[in-house]
Design a protein around this ligand. Structure first.
Ligand SMILES: NC(=O)c1ccc[n+]([C@@H]2O[C@H](COP(=O)([O-])OP(=O)(O)OC[C@H]3O[C@@H](n4cnc5c(N)ncnc54)[C@H](OP(=O)(O)O)[C@@H]3O)[C@@H](O)[C@H]2O)c1
Length: 186
């Protein structure tokens, strides 16, 4: 069965976005971006909350920007080739290929996506991810921890959820970023 993976780039104090709505401090450098490309190469479907989807839409047209470095072109190709499911009650239409809208989160539907998928799924967007984690559907987590404390904002991980984890791997990068790879213990 395909795995459902939560991937997030977070501050050391656990935020994906600071109190001012910024996440420019979360931009990966070439080394980390290349690593993320390799992590995501096997992903067949991205599940997104609407806000994360709107951020990731950049990749739908990134190939039109001249002189992109090869690691950016690599991610662009992967992103465009993958299926996307965007969760939203408000979005009128999608702006990317291979994309469908889900109007509400039904754990049984996500379980079925996992059951029939031949490649892994990831979830992006902390609001949606919180619901999927709470429903017990996340198999693994990839947290890329930036060397910064932002003091508040939007949390990468949900409140009021207890989940025991097994550490599968960890990596460190020249910029001070640490990658933590966990599996959810059942
Ligand atoms: N740290 C990083 O590297 C990084 C990178 C990119 C972006 N970000 C930031 O991370 C933030 C993630 O934001 P977030 O946690 O608010 O967003 P999110 O999960 O991406 O999106 C939240 C939206 O998803 C929809 N949604 C959630 N649950 C739903 C459900 N059960 N049924 C239907 N629709 C549902 C709703 O959209 P509607 O309002 O349309 O109903 C909701 O407003 C963004 O603000 C983004 O700017 C961080």
């Amino acid at each position: 069965m395909a795995k459902l993976i939560y991937s997030a780039i977070t501050s050391l104090d656990g935020y994906v976005e600071d109190k001012d709505g910024n996440f420019d401090w979360a931009a990966p450098d070439e080394e980390v971006h290349t690593f993320v490309n390799d992590l995501e190469r096997h992903v067949g479907t991205y599940l997104y909350g609407r806000r994360m989807y709107e951020t990731m839409l950049y990749w739908e047209t990134a190939h039109t920007i001249p002189d992109q470095p090869s690691f950016v072109r690599d991610f662009t190709d992967m992103w465009q080739a993958a299926e996307k499911v965007v969760y939203s009650r408000t979005l009128q239409a999608v702006s990317s290929a291979r994309t469908q809208i889900e109007r509400h989160f039904d754990p049984a539907v996500v379980q079925e996506m996992k059951d029939i998928a031949s490649r892994d799924l990831t979830v992006g967007g902390s609001d949606l991810a919180a619901q999927i984690i709470e429903a017990g559907l996340v198999d693994e987590l990839h947290l890329l921890v930036m060397p910064v404390i932002v003091g508040g904002g939007k949390r990468a991980l949900p409140n009021d959820v207890r989940l025991h984890l097994g550490l599968l791997d960890m990596d460190r990068f020249g910029s001070g970023v640490v990658h933590l790879h966990y599996r959810a213990m059942t």
